[in-house]
Design a protein around this ligand. Structure first.
Ligand code: FPP
Length: 244
């Protein structure tokens, strides 16, 4: 192992979040239907989950379906949920065996019944896993999540002074999870697209033009190496953090 690689492993993020973009363009560039891009994207999910598990990254969150994605053609929406269903069917035993615990972030009430049932089943089946958390953001929107949290606090009868960053965070879908340290977006766009807005306050952002279906273990290690080289200061000065 080179010095550079061992430095990367020493400064691994605790939580990596990924916006898996570029499936459609990957497919179109190959004269394939967009859904073929999503299918190839599901393969990339397997590869990246396996690599994170191998490296010992405790939390991985993937943006699988945003609350805005309903506006896509019906066929594409159906195919995305079918892929998710296939993924759950094919990966549940391996996840259980490897101690990967599944978690869902988002409003699952809108999700087609079969997929919702499979999600519930795999979440229960893998609940005792302590190796790694795989969180799938499905029918997720960051602003709606914050609004829901505020409503929940009001319903609980909280007074203004009881509302703190911690009490609000405890009403988010990510309750109990650490904030992402590293947010990766593939596919060339450089925006957050309503993903984990509250949680990514101090996340390091990594953008790559590589479309998601082409993003493999080597690309992930490149992003981790880039992250390891950054000095995180959380608003403090360089001297205060003694870092970098
Ligand atoms: C964005 O690409 C990607 C999505 C909207 C869905 C991501 C879904 C998967 C990778 C497959 C299923 C997921 C799991 C967890 C098995 P895009 O279609 O917006 O690409 P474009 O910008 O090139 O059109």
């Amino acid at each position: 192992m080179t010095n550079h690689q061992s430095e990367t492993l020493k400064k691994l993020p605790t939580h990596v979040a990924v916006i898996m973009d570029g499936n459609g363009r990957w497919a179109q560039a190959k004269d394939l239907p967009r859904t073929a891009g999503h299918r190839a994207g599901a393969e990339a999910v397997r590869v990246v989950v396996t690599e994170c598990r191998r490296l010992g990254i405790p939390h991985l969150t993937l943006y699988a379906f945003s609350s805005e994605n309903w506006q896509r053609p019906q066929l594409e929406v159906r195919e995305l949920f079918n892929l998710l269903l296939e993924f759950l069917h094919s990966e549940a035993s391996l996840m259980e065996e490897k101690g990967i615990s599944l978690r869902v972030l988002g409003d699952v009430r809108g999700v087609p019944l079969a997929t919702r049932a499979a999600l519930r089943h795999v979440v229960q089946r893998t609940a005792r896993g302590t190796g790694m958390t795989l969180a799938l953001a499905i029918n997720y929107g960051g602003r709606a999540e914050i609004v829901n949290a505020a409503r929940q606090l009001l319903r609980e009868g909280k007074r203004p002074e009881d509302i703190t960053e911690e009490s609000l965070a405890a009403c988010l879908y990510t309750k109990g999870m650490p904030d992402p340290d590293l947010l990766i977006r593939t596919g060339g766009e450089q925006r957050l697209s309503n993903f984990l807005l509250y949680q990514c306050a101090y996340a390091e952002l990594y953008f790559t033009s590589t479309p998601w279906p082409d993003f493999g273990a080597e690309h992930l290690r490149q992003a981790l190496s880039d992250y390891a080289a950054r000095a995180r200061r959380f608003g403090k000065t360089q001297e205060q953090t003694h870092d970098g």
